[in-house]
Design a protein around this ligand. Structure first.
Ligand code: PMT
Length: 219
């Protein structure tokens, strides 16, 4: 029997407004993050789910915090992460946002327009470095090439205890699919579970998270 912990999960896409009716986003459905939230809540953990817009039902017994932009997700994570023993970042966060948001709908008078983009804040990378988070930190890596090498680089750069890497160039796994195939990479080990449903893989991810928490006296 695992003692209950507080688990913060980010899920879904973020949306970056261009004008009052248009935005930049990505293909994340939220299925991976919501599967982890459901499994964690079913196991009796307190779950704080910070999610961009999705069409999914929020799992029962989850504290749900809806957000739209990366900045909103950043602010929500900064506020809630201090309460967490484990933080799992499954959201597909926009890396760039428009430098300016037009107050009015942009007219389609010109043949071409140029959109200037600036970097969004790195939420995962801020967890330990800016928010002072000391719990177990798990990031995802969505890659289209050099999966293991890029995931290892993110593990170090973002100060994670574990990276869950998936190949988002494949149509059968990754974005908006019910199945996924993941690599679990820590500083000490690598594990390659076989392709399975996101719900099944969420149990494996949680098992790793709880094992990483145990030596810190969180069990
Ligand atoms: O939602 P689904 O349709 O089920 O799809 C699942 C998924 C493919 C979205 C998911 O499994 C996944 O890979 N999520 C991470 C997507 C992503 O943004 O990966 P990344 O390699 O660009 O980012 C690395 C990590 O940094 C991620 O944990 C991300 O949440 C985080 N990040 C990235 C940028 C940023 N500004 N802030 C962040 O916190």
């Amino acid at each position: 029997m695992i003692p209950p912990m507080t688990i913060l999960i980010t899920a879904g896409p973020t949306c970056e407004a261009i004008d009052p009716v248009r935005f930049l986003t990505n293909k994340s459905s939220g299925k991976m993050g919501y599967a982890i939230a459901k499994s964690a809540a079913d196991q009796g953990h307190r779950v704080i789910l910070i999610s961009g817009p999705t069409n999914l039902n929020v799992p029962d017994l989850v504290d749900y915090i809806p957000v739209e932009s990366t900045q909103e997700m950043y602010d929500a994570v900064e506020h809630w992460i201090k309460k967490a023993d484990i933080a799992i970042f499954a959201a597909a966060v926009a890396d760039y946002q428009p430098a300016n948001i037009s107050e009015q709908k942009i007219k389609k008078d010109a043949e071409t327009i140029t959109l200037k983009l600036v970097k969004t804040p790195d939420i995962l990378g801020s967890a330990k470095q800016k928010f002072g988070y000391q719990g177990v930190l798990i990031g995802f890596a969505a890659e289209t090439e050099n999966l293991e090498m890029n995931a290892r680089e993110k593990l170090k750069r973002k100060g994670c205890d574990l990276i869950v890497a998936n190949d988002v160039s494949r149509k059968d796994i990754g974005f908006n699919t019910n199945q996924n195939e993941i690599l679990l990479i820590s500083a000490d080990y690598i594990e390659r579970p076989p392709k399975a449903s996101k719900q099944h893989l969420s149990h494996i991810i949680l098992e790793h998270a709880v094992n990483l928490a145990a030596p810190r006296g969180m069990d």
